[in-house]
Design a protein around this ligand. Structure first.
Ligand code: PMP
Length: 386
């Protein structure tokens, strides 16, 4: 059975650019820290990839640190923020790799979101410390972390507005740009965030590699993410994941190709959503009125559990996501939807459809047909129980 993959926010297939860059680099076995020829060739490949990631976001190459993924980078920044003892403002809809490390930090302030899942900039303004005379003091007065696009709903946060306010009060802003990469243009200076974090596998690169990128005039406030050797300018020790980094660089170079498919993805996503809204009673589409990623649709039919829906689709060859699909395969209530005011019933029923550049109209037709079957079976069972 051919399959229809509609879970690109969980991970994307390795694109051909990244796959051939990795395949070509397989013979490259040198340790990038070695001074001999084999080492120098590996080092050159890493620096080429660093340039590509820097170019993708308009940063300086020396401001890019490769990591094992966004989880590591997010954890490290939150750990550094907590080590400072300063107030830390984090949105309620952040990924768990931001929220979990700071859960019991005594100076944590959780930023609320509105019903569409957007950070309320007005509320933020009232929560941040009062402005000081010196607008950008040499040391930050507080830290904040607000993602660019949500992994569950696709809602896009007003990051540049938030950055202006954070900087006006003397703070530093981290922005998790994992889900935005390849779906909206990500420009570090335009966003104004001090740090961006990425995972390569969300934009056609390999899994287990990511990056922490710093804005040009932001100092590194972070102790080494991993201590040991002097790799990554002493910020992240350990022999580099050479093949992963090469794959990430190739995926970053090809980011423009992904962005050109966005209007097509939006048209397909809207067609899919219109069909679901037409075919199902009481369906709620989350963040529908917010600015959101063109590839993402998150919706719930109360009573139809996400688990049943995901398994029903899977058996018919269609892969979709439920809630936040990042963890161990179990469907836990979504902290994102709960923060948006959705009751536990809605949250347990939320499924996420996320398209990719390779998604075709036929995949959407197939999803619509399969979803109709899943929904009809649910209705029959509900009628029998009544
Ligand atoms: N942030 C966001 C918004 C994500 O969607 C994810 C992955 N689901 C991560 C961080 C963590 O990425 P990784 O698992 O690749 O470390």
């Amino acid at each position: 059975m051919t399959r229809t993959y509609l879970d690109h926010n969980a991970t994307t297939p390795l694109n051909s650019e990244a796959a051939s860059a990795i395949a070509d680099a397989l013979p490259l076995f040198g340790n990038p820290s070695s001074v001999h020829d084999e080492g120098r060739r590996a080092r050159k490949a890493i620096e080429t990839a660093r340039d590509a990631v820097a170019r993708m976001v308009g940063a300086r190459p020396d401001a890019v640190v490769f990591t094992s993924g966004a989880t590591e980078a997010n954890n490290a920044l939150m750990t550094a923020a907590m080590a400072s003892g300063l107030p830390l403002f984090v949105s309620a809809v952040e990924h768990l790799s931001v929220l979990e490390p700071v859960e019991s930090y005594p100076h944590l302030v959780v930023l609320p979101v509105d019903l569409e899942g957007r950070v309320d900039v007005g509320a933020l303004e009232t929560l941040l410390p009062e402005p000081e005379d010196e607008p950008r003091p040499s040391a930050p007065r507080f830290f904040a972390s607000v993602m660019l696009a949500n992994n569950e709903t696709g809602a896009i946060q007003p990051v540049s507005e938030i950055a202006k306010r954070v900087h006006a009060r003397g703070g530093m802003l981290h922005c998790d740009a994992v889900q935005a990469a390849g779906k909206v243009p990500v420009e570090i200076e335009a966003l104004g965030a001090d740090f961006l974090t990425f995972s390569a596998h969300k934009f056609g690169g390999p899994k287990g590699v990511g990056a922490l990128v710093r804005r040009a005039d932001t100092p590194w406030p972070v102790p080494p993410l991993i201590a040991g050797g002097g790799q990554e300018r002493r910020v992240r020790a350990g022999t580099e994941n050479v093949l992963g980094i090469i794959g990430m660089g190739a995926a970053a170079t090809a980011i423009g190709t992904r962005l050109t498919s966005v209007p097509r993805m939006k048209a397909m996503r809207d067609r899919l959503e219109d069909a679901v809204l037409r075919d199902c009673e009481n369906v709620s589409v989350f963040s529908r009125s917010a600015e959101r990623l063109a590839n993402t649709s998150c919706f719930a039919v109360p009573g139809l559990s996400a688990e049943t829906a995901v398994i029903g689709c899977d058996l018919k060859g269609v892969s979709i996501g439920s809630g936040s699909a990042c963890s161990s395969g179990k469907v836990a209530p979504s902290h994102v939807l709960e923060a948006m005011g959705a009751g536990a019933g809605f949250s347990a029923s939320a499924v996420r459809i996320s398209l990719g550049p390779e998604t075709a109209e036929a995949d959407i037709d197939r999803f619509i047909a399969v979803w109709r079957e899943v929904y009809e079976r649910f209705n029959e069972r509900r009628d029998c129980a009544a």
